[in-house]
Design a protein around this ligand. Structure first.
Ligand code: HEC
Length: 473
């Protein structure tokens, strides 16, 4: 059976949310860095071919911002992502490293190349010929896009492992069904972010007049044109998504659908303004508007990433690993031996629990539920079960994957399930000092029946949606 890792407690925040927060911030900055490289190449070319008088000055100003953001904040959040991910799901990261170590190494090589090229440009651009400066910028842009290319393969594999499931071939996993739509989509996003940031920077350039600024802004707007592809790429991505994930985001999960709509709505607002106003009418856009558009773009990125991460539920790697680090093919065994028997980690403040059964329940919760739920904070089980009596909890936990198909099946013994019910009941009752243990064998036997009825296979969204087909498959 696979190893059990320690689980961190983030108080009222559920770990999945902590992960999403760090990831969203990092993705935004990293994609800005990728698009920034492309934008700089374009402006360097404009300067070299004397098409745009002030392009040179812009390149220098923009590069300073890019370096500051991508080298400092981008690198810090990049490390932050590893630091968060190894706490939240060591099993997921472990599997990603196991399967793709050469690709990670490749990604790091290109990241180093990006840093070196960027640093050389930053330090020496005043002494360089135009051609040499262009070469450095091109290396910078290409290297940062290649690191996106590599990371994208690994991340998209988590959602759509595709043929890899049978072959375990690295390249089947890497060039998986959602590889191309998500790579192209992210590239368009990167160009959009870079162009919007450019509009902010241009507005901050005090040494040039408004007409000069307008000219630069009109150039930067060229990088917004690929946004017209977004709807097509978005539909392509939805089309290759697994059917159940697609049904979560298209209505099965209200939160997910809301985020998807926020993302689409903000993208449409930016796209409409960019294409109609900036590209076709060549409008001037001031610093405040540009900042507002950038903020909207942050909202769109955040919504999109949330949906992409969330729609994988109940898996962190589809069909390979559930979000709570239990493997689908381990469930049946854990039902027999229990999920806490090979968990060596002590409970924090164990003396605050009223009895051993509740202590056991807390450990079951920690192992199986805590990645997506807290007891009383975000997505709190105490509230979700608020109106249920103990029997209803027993049945719905035993049939967890049918209660909501984006939860994994319960992977522990009937005795553990009863202790979980007691733990949640006790928590809902505001953790009184004394609590009677429940030890009726008939209760455990009933839970066992429900567990057997539920089976150990993952839930099926289609079946769960339609009560009749669930009864008569
Ligand atoms: C992969 C993430 C995930 C895991 C693991 C998970 N849940 Fe959930 N659970 C969810 C989500 C998402 C919801 C929907 C919340 C909502 O509707 O607001 C949910 C809903 C629920 C509900 C309410 C169901 C309803 O019909 O209203 C209960 C109760 C619940 N979970 C209990 C548990 C318990 C107990 C465990 C551990 C044995 C667990 N969950 C494990 C993600 C998860």
């Amino acid at each position: 059976m696979s190893d059990v890792f320690p689980v961190n407690d983030y108080g009222p925040l559920m770990p999945g949310l902590v992960m999403a927060g760090v990831a969203i911030f990092h993705v935004f900055l990293a994609q800005f860095a990728v698009g920034g490289g492309m934008l700089l190449c374009y402006f360097q070319w404009l300067a070299m071919t004397k098409r745009e008088v002030h392009a040179q000055r812009f390149v220098e100003g923009y590069f300073k911002l890019l370096v500051l953001i991508s080298f400092v904040v981008g690198a810090l959040t990049g490390v932050g992502i590893w630091f968060t991910a190894i706490q939240i799901s060591p099993a997921t990261i472990g599997s990603m490293v196991d399967n793709f170590h050469w690709l990670w190494a490749t990604e790091w090589t290109f990241f180093c190349l990006e840093i070196v090229a960027g640093y050389c440009f930053y330090r020496y651009h005043e002494r360089l010929t135009d051609r040499a400066a262009m070469t450095l910028l091109a290396i910078y842009a290409l290297a940062s896009w290649v690191s996106l290319f590599v990371i994208n393969g690994i991340l998209s594999w988590q959602l759509t492992p595709g043929r890899w499931l049978e072959t375990h071939n690295v390249f089947d996993g890497f060039f998986n069904p959602s590889f191309w739509p998500s790579l192209l989509f992210r590239t368009v996003v990167a160009m959009t972010l870079a162009a919007l940031a450019a509009c902010v920077v241009i507005n901050l350039m005090n040494s040039i007049d408004r007409d000069a600024k307008r000219a630069l802004i009109n150039r930067a707007a060229h990088l917004l044109v690929p946004m017209v592809l977004m709807p097509v790429l978005g539909v392509w991505f939805l089309a290759v998504m697994p059917a159940d994930s697609r049904s979560w985001v298209l209505g099965g999960s209200p939160a997910m659908m809301l985020f998807l709509n926020i993302s689409i709505g903000s993208s449409l607002a930016i796209g409409g303004y960019a294409l109609l106003g900036m590209v076709m009418q060549r409008l001037y856009i001031n610093g405040a508007t540009a900042s507002l558009l950038l903020l909207l773009a942050f909202g769109a990125t955040a919504g999109g990433e949330f949906v992409r991460e969330g729609s994988r539920k109940p898996y962190s790697i589809r069909q390979v690993l559930y979000s709570n680090a239990i493997k689908p093919d381990e469930v049946a065994r854990l039902r027999e031996v229990g999920c806490t028997t090979n968990d060596p980690y002590p409970l924090r403040q164990a003396d605050q629990f009223p009895n051993d059964q509740v202590r056991l329940g807390a450990r079951v919760f920690r192992r199986q539920c805590s990645v997506c739920h807290t007891v009383q904070g975000t997505n709190a089980v105490a509230e979700l079960t608020g109106a249920w009596d103990a029997n209803q909890m027993r049945m719905n936990f035993a049939k967890l994957q049918h209660t909501k198909a984006f939860m994994p099946p319960f992977a522990g013994s009937a005795v553990e399930l009863e202790s979980l019910v007691q733990f949640i009941d006790w928590s809902s009752a505001r953790r009184p000092d004394s609590w009677p243990a429940s030890d009726d064998p008939a209760t455990v036997a009933q839970i066992q029946n429900w567990l057997d009825e539920a089976g150990t296979a993952p839930g099926d969204f289609e079946q769960n949606r339609n009560r009749h087909s669930a009864r008569n498959p």
